[in-house]
Design a protein around this ligand. Structure first.
Ligand code: NAP
Length: 510
């Protein structure tokens, strides 16, 4: 049932996305007594990226003690870096534990939402032609959720098998196949060693090399898991140590590159030494060495990626792809690589189609996607936008904080808690961030970024998705995590304008 203030609407709140971000928001809203939620999900199950991605080799790249909700630790992670399937199970556990499943509706892609300023509510349209109303709209549609397939000439004439890493066919057998992988991002780094174990021949098409550092990973012994379960403080301590190391890497190596290049340069040296130890051929090593600074692009961790290129059945192709034929790929040097299976590890489109993931129309007809693209990408504290009342955009410019996505989620939960707590106290139902507060946040973020590796380092040629189409690095929030978390729970309430909401006539009123 909707709260009495929202009688006449379908729901108190609609959350779009049933991944960890959407579930975190759901947990927070329920804690605040906002219990009529609809969590609309495009996929057929919960878990977001951990439901969609299930390619071989998938695992987290932030240690699991940190890559989880701090308030819902899982003592039973099997490894320091848990495999993807455990994350999916963990998401299911959280949904049950916090009674979120009954709010979830699957297989309903949202294609549009618009704000009604008279009634002060959102109408959310789904691709099946239906619509729902709610006082609040929260989008938790992920950063990396719109798969990208380059428009290669002739790809439609290719007669072999094509698999995008986000639509993996479990059990697909590469034995004896002439396989190609296009892309050398974090996904390929995990997947390529697995394909190389099976394929007759494997060609990896690399456009831009990636920094790869060693991965210190091991199975967590059962006695340690039991200790974590019996004495949760021990797991908290492990989390604190790991999170602090990550934070130091991010603050020194990425955000304060200008002042402390040494950490960043040290990481690059470590990656180069790793490559030297693992790859025998000098020419291959050179081809695998990035020409941009460490941190311009998300670096990866692997002990098995580089060694693949020593195998006789694996070839690294650096000549650019010109076109496809029915049975191969033609490169700029005029050669054709014959293949029967093509794996697209080509990543995601963020800035053209994912910010936001569907059309959102706010007050005075402001179209969020158009406004961001034609102006600058921006969101106050990475969560609210002027002229979009009662709207929280959880995957937005400057929202990604710290190296673990759970830091971002928990910071946003704090923000939601403070905002809705204030509205309850003041008996208000509508909030909107002021233009002045938004501008102040944007100016500060822009200013802080000047010291980061993105602007003070050399990122030219990195082709990093941290940069948008205007050349601005607007994904990461350029602040240390602790001040960010503090700010998310203490931001000035005067940064918002609050209104009392009018009663909405129930749709079925006589
Ligand atoms: P990505 O980092 O965007 O990499 C896409 C790759 O495809 C790049 O190497 C790119 O080359 C290549 N590519 C795209 N278009 C191409 C074209 N037309 N011709 C040739 N090559 C092309 O995507 P991703 O590897 O899926 O990783 C995305 C992010 O997902 C990661 O950064 C990470 O944050 C996350 N991720 C996390 C995990 C984990 O936690 N375990 C695992 C996988 C992914 P260019 O670099 O030249 O553009």
């Amino acid at each position: 049932m909707t709260t009495k203030e929202n009688a006449g609407l379908d729901h108190d709140a609609i959350i779009v996305g049933a991944g960890f971000g959407g579930m975190g928001a759901g947990i927070e809203l329920k804690k605040l007594g906002i219990d009529d939620l609809a969590i609309l999900e495009r996929e057929d199950d919960l878990g977001g990226t951990w439901h969609v991605n299930h390619y071989p080799g998938l695992a987290v790249d932030i240690a699991s003690v940190t890559y989880s909700y701090s308030f819902e630790p899982n003592p039973y992670w099997s490894r320091l870096y848990a495999p993807g399937a455990e994350l999916k199970k963990y998401a299911e556990h959280v949904a049950d534990e916090y009674d979120l499943r009954r709010h979830m509706v699957f297989g309903v892609p949202v294609d549009r939402a618009e704000w009604d300023d008279d009634g002060q509510f959102w109408t959310v349209h789904t691709t099946d032609g239906a619509s729902r109303t709610a006082r609040y709209l929260l989008t938790a549609t992920g950063f990396l959720s719109q798969p990208y397939t380059p428009d290669f000439e002739g790809i439609d004439t290719f007669e072999g098998k094509i698999i995008h890493t986000t639509a993996w066919e479990d059990g697909y057998d590469f034995t004896g196949k002439r396989a190609a992988v296009i892309g050398t991002g974090a996904t390929a780094v995990q997947l390529v060693p697995e394909i190389a174990k099976q394929a007759g021949e494997l060609t990896v098409f690399q456009r831009t090399p990636i920094w790869v550092v060693p991965k210190i990973d091991f199975a967590i012994p059962q006695p340690v898991q039991e200790l974590f379960a019996k004495v949760p403080l021990t797991q908290k301590a492990a989390r604190l140590v790991n999170t602090s190391i990550l934070e130091a890497i991010m603050v020194a190596g990425v955000l304060h590159y200008k002042q402390a290049k040494i950490g960043n340069k040290g990481a690059a040296l470590l990656a180069k030494a790793h490559l030297r130890r693992q790859v025998r051929d000098k020419k291959t090593r050179k081809a695998l060495t990035p020409a941009y600074d460490f941190g311009c692009k998300r670096p990866t961790f692997s002990n098995s990626y580089f060694t693949v290129f020593n195998k006789p059945n694996v070839n690294l192709e650096t000549s650019s792809i010109v076109r496809f034929t029915p049975d191969g790929i033609v490169t700029a040097d005029g050669r054709t690589t014959p293949i029967d299976t093509l794996v697209l590890a080509t990543g995601f489109n963020l800035w053209d189609v994912n910010f936001p993931a569907f059309q959102i129309i706010g007050r005075d007809g402001r179209d969020l996607g158009r406004w961001w693209r034609e102006g600058r990408f921006q969101a106050y504290e990475g969560i609210t936008v002027p002229k979009f009342p009662n709207f929280l955009t959880l995957n937005s410019p400057y929202s990604y904080s710290g190296l673990s996505y759970f830091t971002t989620i928990e910071g946003q939960m704090r923000h939601i808690g403070r905002l809705f707590g204030e509205m309850a106290l003041e008996d208000k139902g509508t909030f909107e961030v002021t233009e002045e507060a938004n501008q102040r946040f944007l100016d500060r973020a822009t200013d802080n970024l000047q010291s980061s590796v993105f602007y003070a380092g050399d990122c030219s040629g990195s082709r990093s998705y941290y940069f948008n189409q205007h050349g601005e690095a607007t994904l990461l929030r350029p602040n240390a995590t602790l001040p960010t978390l503090h700010e998310m729970g203490t931001f000035p309430l005067s940064d918002y304008e609050f209104r009392k909401t009018p009663a909405v006539e129930p749709v079925n009123a006589p």
